[in-house]
Design a protein around this ligand. Structure first.
Ligand SMILES: C[S@@+](CC[C@H](N)C(=O)[O-])C[C@H]1O[C@@H](n2cnc3c(N)ncnc32)[C@H](O)[C@@H]1O
Length: 276
């Protein structure tokens, strides 16, 4: 989305944004055939691009970096409208388990009605929390959330494009909670906008103005809708994981800043961390 369109879209009240998207895609949704496990385009509030192909692409990364097996228990934090969950329906055995949670009701409902109904080892929970991009209907905050799962439950946890929409206090609580619910030696895959010298240099060289509002450990793209895009200083993130009992096994730079991307050439930066 270009800057002007993005500003116009963010200027709409949160609930209007969902309605505006629904209306904009209505003709396409009425007349185009889609994959049986794909929501109408107007309901996909979680990012542009091909829903099915992006899900498959990331599933490949999860399987590889998480060394997944079909009997694993998986946690998808910020499960949105199921984009990352769908490929797991073909992979997990009956012993495997897939849990997702999100703060937006329409996404969780779609996942339960379309995925969990057909695949009983899949479950999606609504945990309404305040976020100025996605949900202003509550005062509950992510920094106070205790994840509704037992200690040492999951073989793999992932967050795709979720920490890019969270403030530092919320992130810090989630890192502690992820450590609590992951099994020892198991991994978490998370995407970020990581700020370091290399990406700052590249942004200034390429004329990008991605994170102009700086607040110490984090920077924002838009001050009016803070959680639209949040970037974190690399040192802060690495210390946060180290202080919370994780080892960072991989840092794979994304291409968002124009800096030379790492091996996967994804838009966002990827961190893979292991509970030690
Ligand atoms: C860009 S979307 C990505 C969705 C999904 N992970 C995917 O890749 O398709 C960001 C998601 O994070 C969710 N989200 C934002 N803050 C959250 C929080 N504190 N806890 C859980 N989910 C959150 C939003 O509701 C939204 O579904």
């Amino acid at each position: 989305m270009n800057i002007i369109l993005r500003k116009a879209f963010y200027s709409l009240p949160v609930n209007f944004r969902y309605v505006a998207r629904r209306i904009a895609y209505l003709p396409q949704d009425l007349f185009t055939k889609r994959h049986p496990l794909m929501p109408p385009k107007g309901m996909i509030f979680t990012g542009a691009g091909n829903y099915i192909e992006i899900g498959k692409q990331f599933f490949g990364y999860f399987k590889n970096y998480g060394e997944l097996t079909p009997d694993d228990s998986i946690l998808d934090i910020g499960s949105g409208i199921g984009r990352m969950a769908v490929p797991f329906t073909k992979f997990l055995s009956e012993k495997g388990r897939f849990e997702g949670f999100d703060i937006v009701k329409s996404g969780v409902d779609w996942c339960n009605n379309n995925i969990a109904k057909k695949f009983p080892n899949f479950n999606f929970r609504l945990i309404p929390l305040k976020n100025d991009l996605y949900n202003l209907s509550t005062e509950e905050v992510a920094s106070d959330l205790k994840f509704p799962y037992q200690n040492d439950t999951f073989d793999f946890v992932f967050l795709t494009s979720v920490f890019t929409h969270m403030m530092p206090d919320d992130l810090e609580n989630y890192v502690k909670e992820i450590h609590r619910v992951l099994k020892k030696d198991k991994k978490c895959f998370a995407t970020f906008f990581i700020l370091d010298e290399e990406c700052e240099n590249s942004m200034s060289k390429n004329g990008h103005k991605n994170f102009p509002h700086k607040f110490g450990n984090y920077s924002l793209m838009d001050k009016a809708v803070k959680e639209a895009n949040v970037g974190f200083q690399k040192e802060y993130i690495l210390n946060l994981f180290a202080e919370n009992g994780f080892e960072v096994t991989d840092f794979i730079r994304g291409n968002w800043s124009g800096a030379q991307p790492g091996i996967l050439n994804e838009h966002q930066d990827i961190l893979i961390i292991k509970k030690i």
